[in-house]
Unconditional design. Structure first.
Length: 278
């Protein structure tokens, strides 16, 4: 139902965020379309959060759907059927976890700050504490986000990861600029700065998908129980919204999870700006 981020002759898009450029009515209608696609009922409560790159995880219930303002958090868990927990993204990584034995689910928002703060690992721990979940009974999905191919960061991000993870260096890759002009005429870009102080050279890229996969493993999930849906949001603007790729003017996608009343855990779905996919 959204027209804010597409060309005049293009079909409408599935923006699921209440953004400044889009109308609230269009985004709300899109959320009802998503709820219906996942649950079969457009009236299924869909619970979003006011995300702020933390490691705060809260217990969610149907009562949260009636809040005038969403709760501030970056993770939510529930064992209440009939509701959908949502994570909004436009480059950050959505992590979805489900315990099919204890019937509990969780949804976590993992940008680089949340990843450094171990949001996925903490989320699994909260499910163990609140619901008695066992990691060996859990399945997880890591959704699309800004991939290692595109996610350039500064040295300060590497320092943050090194302060927390012994394997931090394995999550980073040096990527050289593919600028054709720079490659053909390198003398034009020489500076008098000391080595290491010039912008010329490789940029540092971080792999947040692998970082969150490792956190799920550290939390006790089996490797075969973790599905990496993948897809770089910045590389594929025809499928995904990307905050970096659009320089901040973009919609929001959602990854959602929930349980049907009296039935097994509902399948995990992720959304792109053209629709939904399993």
């Amino acid at each position: 139902m959204s027209r804010a981020y597409c060309a005049d002759d293009a079909p409408g898009e599935l923006n699921l965020g209440f953004t400044a450029e889009d109308s609230r009515e269009a985004a709300a209608a899109n959320r009802r379309l998503l709820a219906e696609a996942v649950s079969g009922d457009k009236a299924t409560p869909l619970i979003a959060m006011k995300q702020f790159h933390s490691n705060l995880v809260v217990l969610a219930s149907a009562a949260d759907a009636g809040r005038e303002r969403p709760r501030r958090a970056d993770g939510q868990i529930t064992n209440e059927p009939g509701i959908l927990l949502a994570v909004q993204t436009a480059d950050c990584i959505p992590v979805i976890v489900a315990d099919r034995k204890r019937r509990a689910v969780g949804a976590f928002h993992a940008g680089w700050r949340g990843t450094v703060k171990r949001i996925a690992e903490i989320g699994v721990g909260r499910m163990r504490l609140e619901f008695g979940s066992k990691p060996e009974d859990m399945v997880a999905a890591i959704g699309p986000g800004n991939g290692v191919c595109c996610y350039a960061v500064g040295e300060e991000v590497l320092s943050e990861f090194e302060s927390q993870f012994s394997y931090a260096r394995e999550l980073f890759r040096e990527v050289y600029d593919a600028d054709v002009v720079r490659q053909k005429y390198p003398m034009l870009f020489l500076t008098q700065r000391a080595p290491g102080h010039s912008p010329i050279g490789p940029s540092l890229h971080v792999d947040l998908i692998e970082a969150n996969r490792r956190q799920l493993l550290a939390a006790g999930l089996r490797a075969e129980s973790i599905a990496v849906v993948g897809g770089c949001t910045q590389c594929h603007p025809e499928m995904f919204y990307s905050h970096r790729g659009s320089r901040g003017r973009t919609g929001r996608m959602m990854a959602v999870v929930g349980m049907k009343q009296g039935i097994r855990v509902q399948g995990i779905k992720g959304t792109g700006n053209k629709g939904t996919r399993d």
